[in-house]
Design a protein around this ligand. Structure first.
Ligand SMILES: *Cc1c(COP(=O)(O)O)cnc(C)c1O
Length: 413
């Protein structure tokens, strides 16, 4: 059975819009990334890219740890079989309630973003009668500024500014119920060219080394973040990182002289690990010609894909779907005819692509948007217009292993 037929069958069985997640693609990406990072380095999967527990479970089976930023993501990590005491809990705004729940669940490693964040964690760790570890998240210069001596990053709500020496020194000193074990940097995302990515990691090592040296702190763990790129909603394949392991090992040797292998390394990735696994199947509900333009109205919109762009703050996702071959066979028309792909929501911001070339779109066609396993449903405006959420189908080797449809529920007091 071809992929086209398989997706068409899923659409017939479960309806559209439909997200199909292929676990084989998840495993391939995890194997590739784990081969590319220095041996022994940890790879954290950032659940915000796709918190589906079966996806997280496949990554766990491939040796990826869990990085979570909310109680919901922690719940998904546990549902996927992650032991809470190995989970890394991060994020710039951790509420008392969330930290209390994480500690009660057994999470013992956090990324701390400010003195306030550490103080809150320390208080709650005391309340929970435990001691926990944390990484200090740094806001430092980007790799592209690596030639510069300027030691401040751009203004950012993330991390502690490396220019704030007093805050850094205080955070690199143990408190009563919390102790620092290393640093956390995450300076860039979706850096497609390997040289740029390596420059980011080298800068992350340099910045971490500078703050550690200044505070007389010896780190156990350097979490160097990520930035591993992958195509989003367009055809294509993510690249490999053949120079990564050597470049990072070299940077650690240069900037932490004498530390040898004592410093453990960690990387983080969301999109690289899951982007390729996801395909969104959507039906063309209507095709309209108006003033020289063609609009295809789909049942998938910014409530389904690319929701952050529905806020009008980012570009439309520029999705480039392909048409699923008709069940009856026969060739697809190939003549170019640009069409605006819009969703069903009552807002002009509901656009998946202002001008896609998908051939002659017709009502009833099924389109498949590739490479949407990361930041697909999870980054969408699921509550807007109150359509049912898309169904999510997990499959591997042609067998469906999970079907779910999330809902927004009302609780009565
Ligand atoms: C979002 C995020 C990631 C994952 O980013 P990707 O671009 O999906 O790899 C990793 N670390 C932190 C701290 C993040 O906020």
């Amino acid at each position: 059975m071809t992929d086209h037929q398989f997706l068409r069958e899923l659409a017939a069985r479960y309806g559209t819009p439909l997200y199909a997640y292929d676990l084989a693609a998840v495993r391939r990406a995890a194997t590739a990334l784990r081969d590319d990072v220095p041996s022994g380095a940890r790879v954290y999967y950032s659940l915000k890219a796709n918190p589906h527990p079966r996806v997280v479970e496949a990554l766990r089976a491939e040796g990826c740890e869990a990085e979570v930023s909310s109680v919901g993501e922690l719940h998904a990590a546990r549902a996927a079989g992650h032991a809470p005491d190995r989970v890394l809990y991060t994020g710039p705004g951790k509420s008392t309630g969330a930290l209390r729940a994480a500690l009660a669940a057994g999470v013992r490693t956090f990324s701390v973003e400010s003195p306030t964040d550490r103080a809150r964690l320390d208080t709650l760790a005391r309340e929970a009668d435990t001691v926990c570890s944390y990484l200090v998240r740094l806001n430092g210069p980007a790799g592209s500024e690596s030639g510069s001596l300027r030691m401040t990053g751009a203004a950012s709500p993330f991390g502690v500014d490396v220019a704030d020496g007093a805050a850094i020194r205080s955070l690199l000193t143990p408190a009563e119920h919390t102790r620092p074990i290393g640093t956390h940097t995450y300076f860039a995302t979706n850096v497609a060219d390997e040289k740029g990515l390596l420059a980011e990691f080298e800068q992350a090592v340099r910045t971490s080394a500078a703050v550690c040296r200044e505070s007389g702190f010896v780190p156990d763990l350097l979490d160097l973040g990520g930035g591993f790129a992958a195509p989003q909603a367009v055809p294509g394949e993510a690249g490999r990182h053949p120079g990564l392991a050597e470049a990072v090992r070299g940077a650690v040797a240069a900037h932490f002289p004498g530390a040898g292998d004592a410093v453990r390394l960690a990387f983080e990735s969301g999109r690289y690990l899951v982007a390729a696994a996801g395909t969104l199947v959507t039906e063309v509900l209507d095709v309209k010609e108006t003033r020289g333009r063609t609009f295809a109205v789909l049942d998938a919109g910014v409530h389904t894909l690319g929701g952050l762009s529905g806020l009008g703050r980012l570009r439309a996702p520029d999705a480039r779907p392909y048409r699923l071959a008709p069940a009856a066979g026969g060739p697809l028309p190939t003549e170019p005819s640009p069409v605006s792909l819009v969703g069903p929501l009552c807002t002009p911001l509901d656009v998946l692509n202002r001008s896609a070339d998908i051939g002659d779109a017709r009502t009833g066609d099924l389109l498949a948007v590739p490479n949407v396993g990361a930041y697909g449903l999870t980054a969408s405006l699921v509550g807007f217009l109150s359509h049912p959420l898309p169904v999510e189908v997990v499959h591997e080797a042609g067998t469906v292993t999970s079907v779910r449809r999330l809902g927004l529920t009302e609780t009565r007091p």
